[in-house]
Design a protein around this ligand. Structure first.
Ligand code: ADP
Length: 158
């Protein structure tokens, strides 16, 4: 059996990073040796939280977990996965809608790179948590802290 360390990449917008994302990281680090949380951004489109702040906030959250690193990228996910020497791509599924999208994405990514996608079902307690709902709540002035991992704060919600 190979003793090589296994690294997985967890790509997403993480705009913002939620308790659902954190739950996936926690479960996946039990299987893999290293996780790279890869914050994807579009050079022509600003997100809700600036990408550097997204990266810094997640880094701070995992400051005491050397097996979790955080990086931003704007290229194709599989190209970034190769650059990271990742053995697999981690994604999550909350609904049937997620399933259909993730299946197509996984299929294309596998064809392009040979890299497999590892799909985790959402923990039922987080299956309704999404970054877009959190953004919507913030827009209407609601407290979004209950949806974010403990200790994670963004300047616009302080
Ligand atoms: P993207 O912008 O690429 O859709 P997101 O940042 O929204 O990415 O999410 C990254 C991954 O995490 C996706 O695979 C998404 O399905 C998954 N995910 C998001 N929220 C949850 C959650 N509450 N539970 C499980 N998986 C989730």
């Amino acid at each position: 059996m190979s003793t090589q360390h296994k690294r997985v990449i967890f790509p997403g917008s993480f705009d913002p990073f939620t308790k659902g994302h954190a739950d996936l990281v926690e479960r996946c680090i039990q299987i893999f040796d290293y996780i790279v949380i890869a914050v994807g951004y579009n050079e022509n489109k600003d997100g809700w939280i600036p990408v550097q702040e997204r990266v810094d906030a997640i880094k701070m959250l995992y400051a005491n977990e050397p097996r979790v690193t955080v990086e931003s990228y704007s290229c194709l996910t599989v190209d970034f996965a190769k650059k990271c020497n990742a053995t697999a791509i981690l994604r999550g599924i909350r609904t049937v809608k997620d399933y259909e999208y993730e299946m197509q994405l996984a299929d294309v990514n596998k064809q392009l790179s040979g890299i497999d996608t590892l799909l985790f079902f959402a923990n039922p307690q987080y299956s309704s948590v999404s970054s877009s709902i959190v953004r919507e709540l913030a827009h209407f002035g609601k407290d979004i802290q209950p949806f974010l991992p403990e200790g994670l704060h963004y300047s616009k919600t302080k």
